[in-house]
Ligand binder design. Structure first.
Ligand code: BEZ
Ligand code: FE
Length: 291
């Protein structure tokens, strides 16, 4: 424990707070709270946190709570800009799949997922308010078992993306409900396909405490161009991930730190298809629940 030049409370104080937990505290909660209290006391000591600075942090957290609702999760956004969702996602997915090689990597869910994606037919579109500046694209691929290579039929793939104005449909009254999102089920060979937009970079919401934090830290607001995927197959571990356009700016400095090299994909020109001028193939491998 760091010593504190500006305070008299030593490590005994931290231990006293930890020891105040009663015998009925569940073991995992005890483990988490023990560590959390030790780290947050050490942090306050290390930076010699003042009452005014602490209160500013409290006000930011309160503001995040007041802004959050079923369409907006500002507290999650605050975690995202300090890399916490990416870190926790990596810990969780690595722990769940550690014995399996060659798996598709995970990436954060983010705050714009909806649970009520409509099932759409393979080969159809998720774009119903296609903007003039959009580049329609065709995305396709297969889902297979990471170990055996067996095709995984009837796998459900939820996809969602922002429009070219940088907004998801629930943020934008101009887009129809459920625009740019859908659920696709793989066929007997594990194949899926759909039309979407070649994604474009967009800024995360700037009008709350996460935006204020970014501004104070002299950082930009942008996420690189990406499409979100949530893949679920009976008997397999679920996968939440994103694919990133490898030609996109911000690939090297995503404001929420979600990019992984293996999730960068190449959009190629598509010929002979009036519906799309770009295409991308993306194959997905899953780990069985028993692995
Ligand atoms: C997103 O990709 O949708 C997202 C992720 C983290 C923060 C904001 C948006
Ligand atoms: Fe996104």
């Amino acid at each position: 424990m760091a010593t504190q030049p500006g305070g008299n409370l030593g490590p005994e104080f931290t231990q006293k707070v930890i020891d105040s937990m009663g015998p009925n505290t569940p073991p995992r909660l005890r483990e988490i709270m023990d560590s959390f209290i030790r780290h947050i006391h050490a942090f306050a000591n290390e930076v010699q946190l003042t009452s005014d600075e602490w209160l500013l942090g409290v006000e930011m957290i309160n503001w995040a709570g007041q802004m959050s609702n079923e369409k907006r999760n500002e507290s999650q956004l605050m975690c995202d800009v300090i890399g916490l969702e990416t870190l926790v996602d990596d810990i969780t997915y690595t722990a769940a799949t550690k014995s399996v090689n060659g798996l598709t990597a995970s990436a954060i869910l983010g705050p714009f997922y909806r649970h009520d994606h409509p099932v759409r037919k393979n080969g159809t579109t998720i774009s119903f308010n296609t903007p003039k500046d959009a580049k329609p694209a065709f995305m396709y691929g297969r889902v297979t078992d990471a170990v055996t290579g067996k095709p995984l039929a009837n796998t459900s793939i939820d996809v969602w993306q922002a429009s070219t104005n940088g907004l998801y449909e629930q943020q934008d009254p101009e887009q129809e409900d459920l625009n740019l999102r859908g659920r696709f089920l793989t066929d007997a060979e594990g194949r899926y396909s759909y039309y979407c937009l070649r994604p474009t970079p967009y800024p995360i919401p700037e009008d709350g405490p996460a935006g204020k934090m970014l501004r104070m830290m002299d950082r930009h607001f942008y996420r690189p161009a990406h499409i979100h995927l949530y893949v679920r197959s009976e008997g397999y571990k679920p996968l939440v991930t994103q694919i990133f356009d490898k030609d996109c700016t911000y690939l090297g400095n995503d404001t929420v730190f979600a990019v992984k090299d293996e999730l960068s994909v190449e959009f190629k020109p598509r010929t002979g298809d009036p519906e799309a001028s770009w295409e991308v193939e993306y194959n997905i491998t899953l780990a069985s629940s028993s692995s």
